[in-house]
Every structure is written in C-alpha cells, then in structure tokens.
Design a protein around this ligand. Structure first.
Ligand SMILES: Cc1cc2nc3c(=O)[nH]c(=O)nc-3n(C[C@H](O)[C@H](O)[C@H](O)COP(=O)(O)OP(=O)(O)OC[C@H]3O[C@@H](n4cnc5c(N)ncnc54)[C@H](O)[C@@H]3O)c2cc1C
Length: 392
C-alpha cells in the first residue's frame, strides 16, 4: 500500500502551511477542538480564531463553492487538518454549526434556508447546538417525546432536551421532535430550526465536576417556531437526523499518535522517586503499547479515507474508530493521572500544574467521549451486527 499523498495534496499543504505560519495563534493554549470550553474568555478566543480562518477562506473547505466552500477534495481536507494540528491551531469547536448543521442544510435545506443560514455558519456570526437527547431518550433516540404541534403558520414546541452542548451560548438549535404523536418510533419525527431567543425557551446549565459548563437542559414551553424552519418533510425528520449523525460519527482517528508523543514528552519531564519517569521500563513499555494501538487506529482511519476517495458510503470503520479511539484516549488519560500522582489534581492555571493543568481536564472529559455521539456499547452492537454478523 502506498501512503504517499498525491502531489496536488502536497501543493495544498504548502498553501495552508504558509498561511498558518503568518496567522496561527502564537500563544500557548489548549486545543480549541474539544467540546468542553473552559470559560467565556476561551470561547471568545475560539471565535476569534474561527473568524480569522474564515477571513482566509479556510472554513467549510470541503463545501461546494456555491455555498462559500472551496470544493476541497478528501485528501486536501486530510492535509488541512494535519497542518492545523501541527500548529496546534485546530478548527475551533464553537458549537455544532460547521460540522453538523451546515452539511445537513446543504443536503436537505430549501434554497431560502441555505441562503439564510449557511453564510452565518461559515462566518461564525451564529452558533448552533444539537437538540436530540432527552431525559428518557438517548441511545434509544426514536423514543423522544418533545412535541411540535402545527398551529397556523407555526409549530408549537413543548418538552425538554438534555446534554445539549453549548446551548447556553448558541443562537440556534436543530431540534428533533415529534410532530405526529400517533406515529411511534422514527416515524412522526421532524427536524426544525429553532431560534434560541424565542420566548418560552429556558436553558439550564449543568455544572460539571470541575466547575465548567458544557451541557445544559433546555426546556420548551409553548415555543412558536415558524413553519418555514422545517428541514425536509414533516414526519420524515429521521432521515435528516441520520444525515447529521453520519457527519457526527465521522471521527478523525489520526490524532492519537500525537497524543502518545505528548504523553512520552510528559513522562520525560516529570520525576518518580527522584528519577525521570521515562527511565522506568514499565512506563516506557506502557507508552510503547499505546503507540502501537495509536498507529493501528491511524491506519484504520486511512481505510475510511480510501472508502471516501472511492466514493463509497461510510463503512463500519467509523464505529471501530469511535470505539477504539475513545477507549485508548481514556486509558492514556488514566495512565497520565497515575504518572502525575498528586500533581494530577492541579487544574488549569494553578501554580505547579504540569503542562498548565491540561492533563486533569483531559482526564475528566475522556469518559464523555465514550458516551457522546452514540455510546460505545451501541458501537459494540453496530460492529457485532453489521461487521461480525452476530445475531441481534
Ligand atoms: C460530551 C457529551 C456531549 C453531548 N452533547 C450532546 C448534544 O449536544 N446534544 C444532544 O442531543 N446530546 C448530547 N449528548 C448526549 C449523548 O448523545 C447521549 O448521552 C448518548 O446518546 C447516550 O444516551 P443517554 O445518556 O441517554 O444514555 P442511555 O441511552 O440511557 O444509556 C445508558 C447506558 O446504557 C447503555 N445502553 C443503552 N442502550 C443499549 C443497548 N441497546 N445495548 C447496550 N447498551 C445499551 C449505554 O451504552 C449506557 O452505558 C452528549 C453527551 C456527551 C457525553
């Protein structure tokens, strides 16, 4: 197998690298691509970097030109993310706009919806959250009960969503709700776009163990949403929702070798019993084992890229990547906590915190990765049924 990238992709690399050398944030900061955001100051830093990328034409690069993208092909998109990671200047996560809402609207939106929403997603002027999960509907999403009943030119929404990342900062939500209470399961669901400032919406932040706020519970009480905000057909929203999920489960997978290198660097820097941790063969063996797994995951990610180059639909590799990657990340973070010993408890900004306290934050958020976007047990089910053809 030839792992060399095509010359056009390497040309593209030069272009983005030259731009990043001038424009990438120079100060030390935690990666901007995490779903958790430390505070308002970090949120604003992320938005500033997002706007800068947009000013250079680097947001939504794989989108069609007519919607403000660059028509970048798969390999150019791969190179783009590699270069951003090299500069620790990842595409910032500022909600679910560019990754989820935008591509879904390009596929399903009306021309008016595309004109209204897409430019502001690209510019970062409007941010988005995802209203899928409910207190009694997570893995079993199609049992959701938030209702949207037609009344004149509006849908009137009542119900509640939970775990809604960054809802407290979002301008818009794409909401999956039931428009026909008589139809069970995935039938009778619709996908509508809700302005978060509409009267009747209450957003209650859920404070996490480290004091950060990433999630919210969102309550809807007689919230009136114009009918023109329906995406796709009424009662056929599940098809739109699964398009969004396909984008959501398209997990990277090539970042893990970097993470292992970061762990190795930390092990060289800290001491155990007065000697560098790296001098312990047990430590080195564990890190080498992580490195092998990280490489295996990286090559599995290349299988996904190959499928996309051949214009085949996403295969089971996205479930394998999600499962293997998030579990490896969790074990790496737990091992980092062991290595750091008492220093593991020091949070961001505290004196003596190793690497600015980023390891504690990573450890706290690592478990979330195994749940978000479809829990790992669900990924086990998918792999068992669709890859290994095991009985249900
Ligand atoms: C970091 C993070 C960000 C999130 N952001 C959002 C967001 O922005 N918007 C949004 O809508 N949601 C969001 N979620 C919610 C997420 O989608 C759900 O937590 C997830 O789908 C699981 O649903 P649940 O929490 O209701 O757990 P449940 O579905 O109640 O599952 C509980 C346990 O049972 C297991 N289980 C359930 N069904 C099966 C089965 N059939 N077979 C085997 N095991 C099973 C699960 O794996 C889990 O261990 C986020 C979650 C996290 C962690």
């Amino acid at each position: 197998m030839d792992f060399k990238y095509p010359p056009e992709a390497e040309e593209f690399r030069k272009e983005i690298r030259a731009w990043l050398e001038v424009n990438a944030p120079k100060h030390k900061h935690p990666p901007y691509d995490t779903i958790t955001v430390a505070n308002d100051a970090e949120w604003e830093e992320r938005r500033a970097w997002y706007r800068k990328l947009h000013s250079g034409g680097w947001i939504g690069i794989a989108w069609p030109r007519e919607y403000g993208g660059r028509d970048a092909d798969v390999m150019q998109a791969v190179v783009f993310h590699e270069e951003l990671a090299r500069f620790n200047a990842h595409l910032p996560y500022i909600g679910a706009g560019v990754a989820l809402a935008g591509p879904t609207l390009i596929q399903w939106g009306t021309e008016e919806q595309k004109k209204r929403f897409i430019p502001k997603i690209l510019s970062g002027e409007e941010t988005w959250c995802q209203g899928y999960s409910e207190p009694n509907a997570g893995s079993d999403l199609t049992s959701l009960r938030t209702m949207a009943i037609e009344e004149g030119d509006y849908f009137v929404v009542n119900g509640s969503k939970i775990w809604t990342s960054q809802a407290h900062r979002a301008d818009w939500m794409f909401l999956l709700c039931r428009t026909d209470p008589k139809q069970p399961g995935s039938r009778g669901l619709s996908y509508i776009l809700v302005d978060m400032k509409t009267p009747g919406i209450t957003t209650r932040p859920m404070v996490e163990i480290n004091g950060q706020i990433s999630f919210n519970q969102v309550f809807f009480e007689n919230v009136r949403v114009p009918k023109e905000n329906l995406v796709g057909r009424k009662n056929d929203g599940w098809r739109v929702a699964t398009t969004t999920l396909a984008f959501e489960r398209n997990f990277g997978g090539r970042q893990y070798p970097n993470l292992v290198r970061d762990l190795a660097r930390m092990a060289q820097q800290i001491q155990i019993n007065g000697r560098p941790a790296w001098e312990s063969s047990a430590v080195r063996q564990q890190i080498a084992a992580f490195a092998c797994e990280a490489e295996a995951i990286k090559y599995n990610a290349f299988r996904g890229i190959t499928r996309r180059l051949k214009r085949q639909p996403p295969g089971p590799e996205s479930s394998i990547l999600k499962l293997a990657g998030t579990e490896l990340n969790l074990r790496i973070q737990m091992f980092a906590m062991e290595l750091l010993g008492p220093y593991a408890q020091l949070d961001r900004g505290e004196a003596f915190a190793v690497d600015g306290g980023k390891w504690l934050e990573r450890a706290i958020t690592a478990r979330g990765g195994t749940i978000a976007g479809g829990s790992n047990q669900i990924q086990h089910n998918i792999i068992g049924e669709r890859v290994l053809k095991l009985p249900r």
